[in-house]
Design a protein around this ligand. Structure first.
Ligand code: PA5
Length: 445
């Protein structure tokens, strides 16, 4: 089975190998921390061996629940936000037909998402859409108390009970939450929903290979066993420090670039199916490293689309950026550009070529232009978009993130800053228990 690979040649033009090697000792320490469950945030190291420790019983159980939902529903709404949504969304988008949402659901339920915003129009339109549909719900919240998914769940649960009947609704709702704590756990226990547990030692943004990601991915019809196998292969490949450890290479390189003034990392893809993989990656790295007034700002573009909007800035804007390019080696389908006798569009010079060939030329041309324009380039090649490769990629980025955060000197596994907006929102909403904060914030209005 081919593995994902990293190429840092076009980044080493900007920072020499000595500067990268200067981070080797810290990277080795980071890997040791992860292997031996020590260092800052070690109580959240559960993701490190999550894939290899997932039992076949759990996989079979998740697949059975997925099958039950697939048979009973045309639409399954996945409710969650942040780490309780982005991983599943990323994998489903990467593996599904781009026009899946427009296809008839027969035998293959569509996975929809809610609770990832507080958009009133979004929720209204979703409820309207589901009004005459057979639907089910997977509600995901580690804490079980997050406001956005709680609102969406309250609305959709009431609708499902109304449409399907209270008893039937119980079998159409699955909750994924903490084993004991939180409002969702209590509600799920009282209603008798099927539940899965998010382990205490797995943080939200590292949870895609737990039931949080696996159940929605299985409902969408993808092979979660192959996804896990890919992750296990990468667990093994990145367990020990050394030149062969691509997560270590990535972590050292990006820290060397950061130390050299490259404050923004742009994750670049040349495949629209990877748009949400970038969104997942942004949370992973942003929430893990953006602390103590430091951390690379994670940004992303979809190319070549965004070359027609962001291309100018990347080529000639402030030179504080570097690119990490996701390049898929093999397309899953073939599309050949036809010849045209009139050739009015002048495209006959590429007639007979595959669309992917043109895309690859765009990637190479863009890389040369951006490197010449002062943008270091890290390239990650992915054999093809399938479950095994995505499992590898997910684990590669998780491991790279853990090592990189330790090199940076932060706790990569907490997110104290996420609480700030919640406190203010609760104060403004006058949530019971927040009276003092309500009074204080009103002074500021
Ligand atoms: O990574 C994280 O911890 C966060 O992004 C959470 O996943 C997000 O805030 C949702 O939290 P919860 O799953 O508790 O509802």
């Amino acid at each position: 089975m081919k593995s994902i690979e990293i190429n840092i040649k076009e980044a080493l033009r900007f920072v020499n190998a000595d500067k990268v090697n200067a981070f080797e000792a810290a990277a080795i320490q980071g890997i040791a921390n992860l292997n031996e469950t020590k260092g800052a945030g070690s109580d959240f190291h559960g993701w490190v061996n999550l894939a290899s420790e997932t039992t076949q019983e759990l996989v079979a159980d998740i697949n059975a629940t997925a099958q039950r939902l697939r048979e009973a529903c045309d639409y399954v709404v996945c409710i969650g936000i942040g780490g309780s949504y982005l991983g599943a969304k990323a994998v489903i988008e990467a593996l599904s037909n781009s026009f899946d949402a427009y296809m008839a659901p027969a035998g293959n339920p569509k996975v929809l998402f809610a609770g990832q915003n507080i958009g009133e129009d979004y929720l209204f339109e979703l409820q309207n859409f589901l009004a005459d549909k057979r639907f089910g719900i997977i509600v995901i919240s580690k804490s079980g108390t997050t406001t956005e998914p709680a609102i969406a769940f309250r609305l959709l649960k009431e609708q499902l009970e109304r449409q399907a009947g209270k008893d039937a609704a119980k079998s159409l709702i699955v909750a994924i939450t903490d084993e004991k704590r939180g409002a969702l756990r209590q509600l799920a226990n009282e209603e008798g929903y099927t539940t899965y547990v998010i382990a205490d030692n797995v943080g939200g943004r590292f949870s895609v290979l737990s039931p949080v990601g696996l159940l929605p991915i299985a409902v969408a019809g993808h092979d979660i066993n192959a996804l896990l196998q890919g992750a296990i292969a990468m667990e093994e490949a990145t367990r020990n420090p050394g030149e062969q450890n691509i997560a270590q290479t990535y972590a050292q390189m990006r820290n060397a670039l950061y130390a050299d003034g490259k404050k923004i990392e742009i994750l670049v893809n040349y495949n629209p199916k990877l748009h949400f993989l970038s969104e997942w990656w942004k949370q992973l790295y942003g929430e893990s490293e953006g602390k103590e007034n430091k951390g690379i700002f994670p940004a992303s573009v979809d190319l070549t689309t965004d070359l027609h909007s962001m291309g100018q800035w990347i080529q000639e804007g402030e030179r504080t950026i570097f690119e990490t390019v996701l390049s898929v080696e093999e397309s899953n389908h073939t599309c050949v550009i036809p010849s045209d006798e009139a050739n009015l569009d002048g495209l006959n010079y590429i007639a007979g070529k595959r669309v992917d060939y043109v895309n690859k030329m765009a990637e190479i041309g863009t890389r040369i232009a951006h490197v010449e324009g002062g943008v270091p380039n890290i390239r990650i090649s992915i054999p093809r978009l399938d479950e095994h490769s995505l499992g590898q990629l997910i684990y590669f980025f998780e491991k790279g993130c853990g090592i990189s955060g330790y090199i940076l000197g932060v706790n990569p596994f907490d997110q104290p800053g996420v609480e700030a907006y919640k406190k203010n929102m609760f104060a403004l909403l006058e949530k019971p228990g927040h009276e003092e904060a309500t009074a204080a914030i009103k002074e500021k209005l």
